[in-house]
Design a protein around this ligand. Structure first.
Ligand code: NAD
Length: 429
């Protein structure tokens, strides 16, 4: 995964930025401002462990840029967390919020710890300790955290409770990813997968492909994949292959059914981590293939929704000639070389920070609902999500066409220009 890569994510994020900054002729001062975070917090969280001994954990919060609005981004718990990983992710959040035009900036946080080896009480103490260290620098009008790798709604509620105890009031807009009924938003569970398909629907329309005449193959069968498949099927399309990680075998498998996967039946044999029981799948008539077989299926659409670095110069050669669109549900599923190879093949890519921005868009809706203490119906949330995703997709594809850019470069140009403009308007640069 991201954290075990031999290379440095922040250097990659800066290189991506530098390339597009040169492309749009961004002035030196704005470049210098945007290639680094505005603020970085690095701190200690002492916790009295269940054993009675005190252990000190390292915590981070990076606020990359908040010219367009309060910083927004998750808090990760990971044993290999580094400041550079958090910096890169904070920067990517700035571009993601800007490309869908929500009034938020980019942030990310983390704690170096492994929740697998921590009791619930110890995790609660880490959450409360993180907030105690950061309470002056985060909040509904400055920086709004959310769940991320190995953190969930419970962690968010402990953090909210600590923040409210310190501030002496109720501030549900301090954090998102809360459970529905405790300040969470309806539709958040569906938001990322549905957002991928709202964008995909527009791409199909542009390419003149009726959804009902298309098939997709999906890597992953977790939150993003499941809701993307559901909505894509509702458009009349077929998903013929999905894949997942098998915890027992420590291997990935692909599950193929040319007539189309049956979501209701598959979900009955899927665990909460998005792992499908392969014996039961065989029983349901699925062909069980090696994990990487998802990429070579005879489909029109590929939806990588699991891991980064899956579409590479090597794996591109296995993509079928029928494939017209890659909709990136996952973060970073395509390497830089893989991207060039896709472009050469003329495959239309919906880049990750546009395709999967439905998640943060719905978190923004949660923030708005929490701040006004008025909660919307699910249809209203999903309708607003559709409007945001559709207009973001159309703006990117129009720019790509006009300027002869790839979809990824066009998305970066829009995002960086918006943030740069906000910095200029504020008189920062
Ligand atoms: P998840 O944990 O719910 O599901 C991950 C899925 O990937 C599981 O089905 C797992 O079995 C599968 N998987 C793991 N290794 C695999 C392998 N080698 N081959 C095939 N499948 C494999 O995660 P998710 O929330 O669906 O997130 C998926 C991706 O989308 C990640 O890159 C995440 O960063 C990104 N993303 C998620 C959200 C969100 O709101 N959930 C938002 C933006 C981006």
């Amino acid at each position: 995964m991201l954290l075990q890569r031999p290379y440095n994510s922040f250097e990659i994020a800066q290189a991506q930025f530098d390339r597009v900054a040169a492309l749009i002729g961004l002035d030196e001062a704005t470049r210098e401002l945007l290639r680094w975070p505005l603020r970085e917090h690095s701190f200690a969280i002492p916790v009295r462990m269940d054993s009675g001994a005190v252990q000190v954990f390292r915590g981070f919060r990076v606020q990359h840029n908040d010219a367009r609005g309060p910083s927004k981004g998750g808090i990760r718990f990971h044993p290999q967390e580094t400041l550079d990983t958090v910096r890169a992710l904070a920067m990517w959040m700035t571009w993601k919020c800007a490309v869908v035009d929500i009034p938020l900036g980019g942030g990310k946080g983390g704690v170096v710890c492994d929740p697998h080896n921590l009791s619930a009480r110890e995790q609660e103490q880490i959450c409360r300790g993180w907030v105690r260290q950061m309470s002056r620098n985060v909040g509904p009008v400055s920086d709004i955290p959310a769940p991320d790798v190995m953190t969930n709604a419970q962690h968010m509620l402990w953090m909210l409770d600590e923040f409210e105890a310190i501030q002496g009031g109720r501030y549900p807009g301090f954090i998102t990813g809360k459970p529905v009924g405790m300040g969470g938003s309806l539709g958040r569970t569906e938001a990322t997968g549905y957002g991928v398909v709202f964008a995909l629907r527009e791409a199909l329309r542009e390419l003149g492909l009726p959804a009902s005449a298309t098939r997709a193959s999906v890597q992953g069968f977790g939150n993003v994949a499941q809701y993307a498949i559901r909505l894509y099927q509702q458009l009349g399309a077929k998903v013929i292959c999905v894949s997942c990680w098998d915890q027992n075998d420590q291997a990935a498998y692909a599950f193929k059914r040319p007539a189309g996967v049956d979501m209701d039946a598959l979900l009955l044999i899927t665990d909460r981590f998005g792992g499908i029981d392969k014996e039961k799948a065989r029983g349901l008539g699925y062909e069980v293939l090696p994990g990487d077989a998802w990429i070579e299926q005879p489909v029109e659409v590929l939806i990588p929704s699991a891991l980064e670095n899956q579409i590479t110069t090597e794996s591109v050669t296995r993509i079928a000639p029928s494939v017209r669109i890659v909709a990136e549900g996952a973060n970073g599923p395509t390497t830089t070389d893989g991207d060039e190879a896709l472009e050469k093949r003329g495959i239309h890519v919906i880049p990750d920070f546009l395709a999967n921005a439905g998640g943060v868009t719905c978190s923004y809706f949660e923030l708005v609902q929490s701040n006004t203490n008025y909660y919307w119906e699910k249809d209203e949330v999903l309708g607003k999500l559709d409007v945001k995703m559709t207009s973001a997709y159309l703006a990117v594809s129009e720019l790509a066409r006009k300027r002869g850019l790839s979809m990824r470069d066009a998305a970066y140009v829009i995002a960086i220009n918006r943030v740069a403009q906000a910095c200029r308007d504020r008189g920062w640069t």
